[in-house]
Design a binder for this molecule. Structure first.
Ligand SMILES: Cc1ncc(COP(=O)(O)O)c(C=O)c1O
Length: 414
């Protein structure tokens, strides 16, 4: 495709976002038939049982109580210092690794991915992730002339494919010498998988072995955008402690997002968190990330940052925020349990779900299946390897009904 006016590197095909396209159809059906007759599982945001976006009261009351000029002013380039401290507390809780940690504010978790990809891979590099993955990884990589390559997320028994990860990782790093792997856990989008602590041990033992070759630079990007909706307490954060005392040539970068955990989706608030045993490497991380921020978005959303800081600096507010978040976490868990139980009952195959907003259904004809389901007023997102059902957006009773409807449609396509 020859560019008309844009520079060569900026020519991309104009494509409709498949998620927003199907979400539009779901909205139309809701208008026509009423929300009680429609199952809209398209959007990746927490909705109440009536399909309305949930916005935490503790968060938005705090934001709206702030003086206008606090919200209006620019933020510090690296992020408001009290926010950066709050991120460390909110993200790691009791599971902070023993390492040099640096935090730089970014617009959402997306900004943290951009920071990591730009600063820790070279043009033309391959970046490794699993075959089920969030498509903006590809968009961010290709924008900078990098390529996403994949390993199979699940083995034939449906377990996390650590062997596949290791062999693909080894093959690339032996050739490329520097490799970033993106691991989206806990509560992976789109499958809901969470890497277990034992699987982390296996991965890290392998990486430590690889790191004995000092020529190799190993970067693990942990995308934890959904961590606030994983597990029951904070046990799904325990793996962070495993990033203590790693060899210098293993750098862990974590993506923090306030989009889901604080329902700040549109406020664009997040952070990139660098974790290294080596202070100089941590400082270098900080300087590079601040530079990238300045070059791309200048600074972040001051009001949103101060809101997170205020919540974590005021015990009473923190308590009400945590209670509110836990209430919705339980609601989400009940919806997911209802879906999984009923999938089992009717024999609908799922990829292993552990936590979070989405459940995936492997399917050879995802586009046909999604289209056929719209005739039953069930709206699910078709992906390359299956269908994505957003339990975050669907009431529990509908999560109970949906598996049988999906199964029926999929059987009809065989
Ligand atoms: C896997 C994954 N990573 C990161 C993000 C970051 O989102 P945001 O930039 O809105 O914080 C999302 C949001 O949908 C996601 O699904």
């Amino acid at each position: 495709m020859k560019p008309l006016m844009v520079a060569n590197h900026a020519k991309w095909p104009a494509k409709d976002d498949p998620i927003f396209a199907i979400a539009g159809k779901a909205q139309e059906a809701t208008r026509k038939y009423g929300s009680e007759n429609v199952i809209n599982s398209t959007l990746g945001a927490l909705m109440n049982d009536e399909g309305k976006l949930i916005a935490f009261k503790s968060v938005f009351d705090t934001l709206k109580n702030m003086p206008n000029e606090e919200i209006a002013a620019y933020a510090a380039i690296a992020g408001m210092p009290q926010y950066l401290d709050a991120v460390v507390e909110a993200f790691f809780t009791e599971h902070k690794p023993d390492a040099h940690i640096r935090v730089v504010a970014t617009p959402g978790g997306t900004g943290s991915i951009k920071e990591a990809v730009w600063n820790y891979t070279n043009e033309g590099d391959e970046i490794l992730t699993s075959d089920w993955f969030w498509s903006p990884y590809q968009t961010i990589a290709e924008e900078g002339g990098r390529n996403i390559v994949t390993y199979k997320l699940f083995d034939d028994e449906g377990n996390y494919n650590t062997e596949g990860f290791k062999s693909r990782f080894k093959e690339i790093i032996d050739r490329q010498k520097r490799l970033m792997a993106i691991i989206n856990t806990p509560a992976h989008n789109p499958t809901g998988y969470s890497v277990s602590d034992e699987e982390w041990d296996d991965i890290l033992d392998f990486l430590k072995e690889e790191a004995k070759d000092l020529e190799k630079k190993i970067i693990i990007f942990v995308d934890s955008a959904y961590i606030d909706f994983a597990g029951v307490g904070d046990e799904r954060r325990a793996f962070f402690e495993k990033f203590s005392n790693l060899p210098d040539n293993i750098l862990v970068i974590a993506g923090f997002s306030a989009s889901k955990g604080f329902t700040m989706y549109g406020l664009r608030n997040g952070a990139v968190v660098g974790i290294s045993s080596n202070e100089e490497i941590a400082n270098e991380f900080y300087a590079s990330c601040v530079h990238t921020g300045r070059a791309n978005w200048s600074n972040g959303n001051r009001g949103a940052m101060l809101t997170v800081a205020e919540i974590f600096n005021n015990e009473e507010l923190k308590k009400s925020y945590l209670e509110e978040k836990n209430h919705y976490k339980t609601m989400l868990r009940k919806r997911a349990d209802a879906f999984v139980e009923n999938a089992e009952k009717c024999g609908l195959e799922l990829v292993p779900y552990r936590d979070g907003f989405f459940i995936s259904i492997p399917c050879d004809k995802p586009y046909e299946a999604s289209e056929a389901l719209t005739k039953k007023n069930v709206f699910v997102v078709p992906l390359g390897k299956g269908l994505r059902f957003a339990v975050c957006a669907v009431a529990e009773d509908k999560c109970r009904k949906a598996p049988a409807l999906i199964k029926e449609v999929m059987d009809g396509l065989k």
